[in-house]
Ligand binder design. Structure first.
Ligand SMILES: C[S@@+](CC[C@H](N)C(=O)[O-])C[C@H]1O[C@@H](n2cnc3c(N)ncnc32)[C@H](O)[C@@H]1O
Length: 185
């Protein structure tokens, strides 16, 4: 079994549970792409939960997720295809988790700020944002400190840092994941 296959079959789900994904949660997966994390999360939340898989599909990745949902008859994933605007068709305080996995580097400063504001709006009081911090220190030029500060400005407080092997694009790499709570603790 390859490392990637092993991660997909076992480790990925264990890691998402460690990060705080639980049965029954309502989750927004912002920039879901091919939906690797969407599908894993959907298995954990089960029929009493739901994943809103939002993507502008600029990279043409959403087709993979749509095919998988049809093929495996997955009932608890709803696709939200947008034009890239940072505005979610979701009610205030309706989500338990907002995933921001491997996506922040694709947004500019202004868009990231809007995203954190929208995430804060849709999260329940006990909810959290989970950020998979990819592409740091590359050509994108944004610092973790800036992300933590901008999250805080929007009422999202750094709570836990995880070091885990994570799926990134087509491989598994040692990664940092940061959770931010809506309430300061
Ligand atoms: C590199 S993929 C990451 C996919 C997935 N989250 C993962 O970790 O495997 C980034 C995704 O973010 C989406 N994206 C980029 N900007 C977006 C925006 N403004 N609104 C919604 N989705 C966006 C892209 O279309 C792409 O599918």
């Amino acid at each position: 079994m390859t490392r990637l296959q092993d991660w997909m079959d076992k480790e990925g789900e264990i890691i998402l549970r460690d990060i705080g994904i639980q049965k029954g949660q309502q989750i927004l997966d912002f920039g879901c792409g091919t939906g690797v994390y969407t599908v894993l999360a959907s298995m954990i939340v089960g029929s009493s939960g739901k994943i809103y898989a939002l993507d502008s599909d600029k990279e043409g990745l959403l087709g993979d997720l749509i095919s998988k949902i049809k093929k495996e008859k997955i009932k608890n994933i709803e696709i939200i295809k947008t034009s890239g605007e940072i505005e979610f068709p979701l009610s205030d305080e309706s989500m338990d988790v907002v995933l921001m996995y491997d996506v922040l580097h694709l947004l500019d400063d202004d868009e990231r700020n809007k995203l954190f504001k929208e995430a804060s709006r849709v999260l329940r009081k006990e909810g959290f944002v989970s950020y998979h911090a990819t592409h740091r220190g590359g050509s994108e030029h944004f610092k973790l400190e800036d992300i933590h500060n901008k999250m805080k400005t929007n009422g999202l407080y750094l709570n836990t840092e995880f070091k885990r092997p994570m799926f990134h694009w087509a491989w598994i790499e040692d990664s940092l994941i940061f959770n931010y709570s809506k309430e300061s603790i």
